[in-house]
Design a protein around this ligand. Structure first.
Ligand code: SF4
Ligand code: SF4
Length: 96
C-alpha cells in the first residue's frame, strides 16, 4: 500500500536554515538516530535552505520505538518538531 507522507505542521527551530515562519520548507526530513527522535536534517547555515512553497514532510524515520513508526517510516498524518535538550526533535514521538 502506498503511504502518504507525514507533513510537518510546525517547527520551533527558527535557527534552522529550512525554517521560515515556524514551518519547514524541505520536502523530506530524516528523523531519528539510535537514541532519539532527532531531526537529522537540521542545519544552521548562513544560506537559507528550501523553497517557500515547499511544505516539509517526513522522508524517513529511524525511531522504531515510536508507535507511529512502521517499517522505519512515519504513519502519523502530521508531526510537530521542537527543541529538546538543545537539538530538534519530533514532538509527536510516542513510545510504544
Ligand atoms: S523540521 Fe528539521 S529541517 Fe525542518 S525546519 Fe525543523 S529542524 Fe529544520
Ligand atoms: S511521529 Fe514517530 S514515526 Fe513519526 S517522525 Fe515522529 S518519531 Fe518518527
Amino acid at each position: 500500500m502506498a503511504m502518504t507522507m507525514s507533513r510537518i505542521s510546525s517547527c520551533e527551530m527558527t535557527d534552522c536554515s529550512y525554517n521560515s515562519d515556524k514551518k519547514c520548507h524541505t520536502p523530506a526530513i530524516t528523523v531519528g538516530d539510535m537514541s532519539c527522535a532527532i531531526c537529522d536534517t537540521f542545519v544552521k547555515s548562513s544560506q537559507k535552505g528550501g523553497e517557500a512553497a515547499t511544505i516539509g514532510g517526513v522522508g524517513a524515520c529511524k525511531a522504531d520505538n515510536c508507535r507511529f513508526n512502521k517499517s522505519l517510516e512515519c504513519t502519523a498524518s502530521n508531526i510537530l518538531v521542537g527543541m529538546h535538550s538543545n537539538h530538534a526533535d519530533c514532538k509527536t514521538f510516542a513510545a510504544r
